[in-house]
Ligand binder design. Structure first.
Ligand code: 4NP
Length: 151
């Protein structure tokens, strides 16, 4: 079974949305998948996602009851794909103790039509920024699922 970890900075906005969306899509497609998320930062450990991410995630049919955690060295053993939201995430992941850079990619690299590489941080934005992030993630996650069926 494939094991996929999404990573952002705080693990309260983008990566929990990605986790919820990919999990929902995999369930709809009847594909068994392990999906999790984590942050490079430690500020929000143990917290529920940001309330704006929860609202937008629920509107996208996702369960949003995950709690934030920080990336750990074991993640590089336990997951076969580790998807960062932006270039800073990818850079931080590749420099992590125990990193396996060959497992690390940008989430939007699975969206062939993406006009920018990164999923922008919506933390200081408004609801529309969260909705834009969720739409980007819907497309990128479809690309992730497609890549698993047609590697
Ligand atoms: P995320 O958003 O990385 O998408 O979860 C952020 C959440 C919190 C902070 C930054 C980004 N922060 O600085 O606390």
């Amino acid at each position: 079974m494939h094991r996929i970890l999404f990573v952002c900075l705080g693990n309260i906005c983008r990566s929990p949305l990605a986790e919820g969306i990919l999990r929902r899509q995999a369930k709809e497609a009847g594909i068994a998948l392990v999906v999790d998320s984590a942050g490079t930062g430690d500020w929000h450990i143990g917290q529920l996602p940001d309330r704006r991410a929860v609202r937008v995630g629920i509107a996208h049919g996702c369960q949003m009851s995950m709690t934030a955690r920080q990336v750990g060295s074991r993640d590089f053993e336990e997951f076969d794909l580790i998807l960062g939201m932006d270039l800073r995430n990818v850079q931080d992941l590749c420099a992590w103790p125990g990193a396996k850079p060959e497992k690390v990619r940008l989430t939007r690299s699975f969206d062939a039509d993406a006009t920018t590489q990164e999923v922008p941080d919506p933390y200081y934005g408004d609801t529309r920024d969260f909705e834009a992030v969720a739409d980007m993630l819907e497309t990128a996650c479809r690309g992730v699922l497609a890549s698993l069926s047609h590697p």
